[in-house]
Design a protein around this ligand. Structure first.
Ligand SMILES: [Zn+2]
Length: 67
């Protein structure tokens, strides 16, 4: 796969969306300013996982990139 330097993939849009929101843990209410979404993709789906740095609860989102 090749992309120009200015190309915005669905992957990047999703990442931006989640990195700019949903940082508040639904379990303990901790807002993880330093929290990190970990992402994996196989080209067809993106799996995002977020681990709360306060209580270690994990959240997971799966995005299907196929249409
Ligand atoms: Zn938490």
């Amino acid at each position: 796969m090749s992309q120009g330097p200015t190309a915005r993939s669905p992957f990047e849009r999703v990442r931006d969306r989640y990195e700019n929101s949903e940082k508040k843990c639904p379990d303990c209410g901790y807002i993880g300013e330093d929290g990190e979404w970990k992402s994996e993709t196989d080209g067809r789906v993106i799996v995002y996982q977020y681990r709360c740095s306060s209580c270690n609860a994990t959240r997971r989102h799966v995005f299907n990139l196929e249409r």
